[in-house]
Design a protein around this ligand. Sequence first.
Ligand code: SR1
Ligand code: MG
Length: 399
Amino acid sequence: MSHYYTFTAHDAVAYAQQFGGLDTPSELVSAEEVGDGNLNLVFKIFDNKGVSRVIVKQALPYVRCVGESWPLTLDRARLEAQTLVEHYRHSPQHTVKIHHFDPQLAVMVMEDLSDHRIWRGELIQGAYYPQAAQQLGHYLAQTLFHTSDFFLHPHEKKARVAQFINPEMCEITEDLFFNDPYQIHERNNYPAELEADAAALRDDAQLKLAIASLKHRFFSQAEALLHGDIHSGSIFVADGSLKAIDAEFGYFGPIGFDVGTAVGNLLLNYCGAPGQQGIRDAAAAREQRLVDIQELWNTFAERFQQLAAESTRDAALASPGYACVFLKKVWHDAVGFCGAELIRRSVGLAHVADIDTIKDDTMRHECLRHAITLGRALVVLADRIDSVDELIARVRQFS
Ligand code: SR1
Ligand code: MG
C-alpha cells in the first residue's frame, strides 16, 4: 500500500481520464465528492457539459463516519472491486460495472448510475419500483449459486475462499451485528428513552444463545461469496432496473446472511413507515413491503432451485431434493440474520434513515421499539418459521 495517497477532486478527475474507459477522456473536467456512506470517498466525475460520466471511489485508511481513531484496512477496496467483478459475471444486469481498480491506491473507477436512485431513499419517499424485489431475489440467486459448492469445482471454490478472506471487514460485522447490541458498549447508539429496551436485550439469555448460533454460522459457513452488506442503501434502482453497489464486506459466508440482511432492511422500512408517512398511509406501504419480501424470497428460491437443477456440478449435491433441503436451512438462517439486522440497526452504531429521520421523537422511539421487538422475535423463533408466509404472519403478529 506504499503508493497510497488520499485523492483530491483534481486527482480523481486525472485518474478518471486515465482509467475511465472513455473515448475522449479530455472531456472529463471536474469532480464532486458525494460520499455519504460510513466508509469511503466517492467522486462523481463530470464532463465539459456538466454531465456525470463515471464514479471514482477510494477507500480511506479509517472509518469515515467515526474518524481516524478507527483505522481500517485499505485492502477492502480490492475486496470490494473483486466481489463486484465476480458478481457482475453472474448478474451483469444487477451489479454495478467496475471499469478499473488499483489495490495500491485502494481506488476503483465504476459505472455512473446518476439515472438511478438509492432504493432506501425511494422506499422512504413511498416511491414504488414494482420489479425491484424480484430483481434483488434474482441477483442473490445468481451470485450466491454460482459462487457456491453447487457450481464451483472444489479446488476453485477453496481458492476463491482464500482470495476473499476479509478478516477486518468481517470483524466489523462480528462486533456491530452480534456483540455490541448485547452488551454495554460505547459504540452503541440509542435514545435514553430506550434504555430499558436495550437493557432487556443484554439480559435476554434465550436471545443471546440464538445470536451466538448466528454468529457462529457467520464465522464458519463459507457457503458462497456474499455481498456482505446488501441493505437498501447498497442498491440503486430506476424504472425496471436494480444495481448492487458497495461490496467491501464481501467474503465467503452463509447465504442466509445476504438474504436475511436484504429482507431485514425491507422490514426496517416497514417499522418506520408510520413515522415517515403517517399512520393511515403507512398501512398500504407496509402491505407493499410484505409483498416485496414474498417476491424477493420466492424469486431467489425458484431461481436457485432452477440453477441447481440445471447446473449443479457436484454429484452428491445434485441428488434430487438436496437443493430444496439446503434452501430450507438458508431460509431459517435468513430469518435469524434478518432479526439480528433489525436489532443492530436500532441500538447499535449504524442506524437506517427509514427510522432515524422520523422527526417526532415519540413516534421515532415507537418505531425503534417495534424493530427491536420484531427483531427479537425473529431471532428466537427463526427455526420455527418455516416459510415466507409464516414470516409474514409473525410480522403481522408483532405490528
Ligand atoms: C463502521 S461501518 C458501519 C456499517 O456501515 C456499513 O454499511 C455496514 O452496514 C456496517 O455495519
Ligand atoms: Mg456500504
